[in-house]
Design a protein around this ligand. Structure first.
Ligand SMILES: NC(=O)c1ccc[n+]([C@@H]2O[C@H](COP(=O)([O-])OP(=O)(O)OC[C@H]3O[C@@H](n4cnc5c(N)ncnc54)[C@H](O)[C@@H]3O)[C@@H](O)[C@H]2O)c1
Length: 278
């Protein structure tokens, strides 16, 4: 836009209209990915939902169909080298192209350094960093001008916690990868950005948050005094996928109730909960 916008152009910014677009969403069986897939479909996109959890995927696609949206799914395990290409091929076959990719799938395993063996390191780096890159790489040749790549990073990328070495490395890698790809692809009309959620109420942190003491502690150190919801993150995805974000390239948007922009975690003088310690 030039700065001399018409009323019509400004009006378009008030609506997220993804009619005619195709979106790939990984991790779509659960949590943030499921909410993202549903929100994109409600905005008019045809959604290729993917995950390794077929039961959850079916549920997401059923929810989308029940709301009048269009979705297909492909079951894929991102630990398998051929998965990124297979996912993009499925989207092209189902809907004829790719306009938006949202890399949501992720895992974390908190371990002390002595127990962060090659398996734990490789799983986290493969699912959280390697596969998202190769999905983007497979999708870009199919993207027209106006294509959008969105990666879900984490507040851990900028404010890591003890025991999170592999997870923090993978998410920090995402933030850096996004900047490099944004610089490379912006001249081709493709926007690349990341979102860093804070503690978000999904199965990923469900076990830890089931302890009311831990939950209260986490809520207490978050300036907004609550956990995020998958819809909070999906809202940022919709913004980044829309024309309203037309000049947003290489950004990492924190959606975390203020956690990483304040000293509240430090000031709370609380230990970060040691979850999933194996
Ligand atoms: N929940 C949080 O507090 C939080 C905070 C910061 C960042 N994140 C990030 O948000 C993203 C979504 O997490 P969530 O909170 O919705 O968790 P979730 O556990 O509900 O969803 C993660 C999804 O990824 C899928 N997945 C995991 N390994 C896979 C594999 N090998 N192949 C294919 N799919 C696989 C799972 O099946 C699951 O459906 C992740 O990248 C996570 O790191 C979450």
């Amino acid at each position: 836009m030039s700065g001399l916008e018409t009323q019509e152009q400004l009006k378009r910014l008030t609506q997220v209209d993804l009619q005619g677009k195709t979106a790939i969403v990984t991790g779509a069986a659960s949590g943030i990915g499921a909410a993202t897939a549903r929100a994109l479909a409600l905005s008019g996109a045809a959604v290729l939902a993917t995950d390794r959890n077929e039961e959850g995927l079916r549920q997401t696609v059923e929810d989308i169909s029940a709301s009048g949206g269009r979705a297909e799914f492909v079951t894929a395990d991102l630990l398998e080298g051929g998965a990124p290409q297979a996912i993009v091929d499925a989207a092209v076959e189902a809907f004829g192209g790719v306009d938006v990719v949202v890399n949501v799938a992720g895992i974390f395993e908190a371990r002390p350094i002595e127990q962060m063996d090659e398996g734990a390191w490789d799983r986290q780096l493969t699912i959280n960093l390697r596969a998202p890159f190769f999905i983007a790489r497979a999708a870009v040749p199919h993207m027209r001008e106006g294509g959008v790549l969105i990666f879900i990073a984490s507040g851990t990328a900028v404010m890591p916690s003890p025991l999170y070495s592999a997870y923090a490395a993978s998410k920090g890698g995402i933030v850096s990868l996004v900047r490099a790809l944004a610089a490379e692809l912006a001249p081709r009309g493709i926007r690349v950005n990341s979102i860093s959620p804070g503690n978000t109420d999904t199965p990923m942190i469900g076990e830890a948050m089931a302890d009311p003491v831990v939950r209260k502690q986490v809520e207490g150190m978050t300036p907004a005094r609550r956990l995020g919801t998958p819809a909070d993150i999906a809202g940022a995805v919709l913004f980044l996928a829309s024309d309203a974000a037309d000049f947003v390239h290489g950004a990492n948007i924190a959606v975390d109730g203020g956690l990483t922009s304040s000293w509240s975690m430090v000031l709370s003088k609380q230990e970060w909960p040691e979850v999933n310690r194996t």
